[in-house]
Design a protein around this ligand. Structure first.
Ligand SMILES: [Zn+2]
Length: 162
């Protein structure tokens, strides 16, 4: 497995110690790789510093929107139960005027809460899609990282535009 690239370093003009940054981690895991041969002369601190420097840019955690409160569901269930209670009395013809008025109020409230809940939930779904889209700044950083090479001789990180 060869990890050195055919890209010459702009400082020393040689390519024998140039590695592709995005392949560094995989080469490190292979004990027979050129990267490990090249790193053999380095101290553990130097190795750690190089590993940190060549690591892929960390993907930022998405800022997730807040889910609509479960209070909506509880309120809806409560209103359905109330409607049921008043409705049964009205259907049986046992309801006094107050109960009939309460039923109407209860049905109207149920409708309002249901519409509000559907609206909040659809907004939440939309925000969730936006939040899960990859961060453009991170994507640019990652694209740059993929174009980078590193020369161990001069500790030189450089970019190649193909
Ligand atoms: Zn060099």
């Amino acid at each position: 497995m060869t990890a050195t690239s055919s890209t010459p370093c702009p400082i020393c003009g040689q390519q024998d110690q140039v590695i592709k940054v995005s392949e560094f981690k995989a080469s490190l895991a292979d004990p027979d790789s050129t990267v490990n041969t090249l790193l053999a002369g380095k101290t553990p601190e130097e190795r750690a510093a190089i590993t940190r420097r060549l690591a892929a840019p960390a993907k930022p955690l998405p800022l997730l929107p807040e889910k609509p409160s479960s209070g909506y569901i509880l309120t809806l269930l409560f209103l359905v139960a109330l409607n049921w209670g008043f409705g049964v009395q009205v259907i049986r013809g046992e309801a006094i005027l107050l109960v009939q008025v309460l039923l109407l109020l209860c049905m109207a409230t149920l409708l309002v809460v249901a519409v509000l809940f559907v609206y909040k939930y659809s907004m939440y779904r939309k925000e969730l899609i936006v939040a899960n889209q990859p961060d453009p700044e991170w994507q640019r950083g990652r694209d740059r990282w993929k174009r980078q090479y590193y020369c161990l001789r001069d500790d030189n990180l450089f970019e190649v535009n193909q």
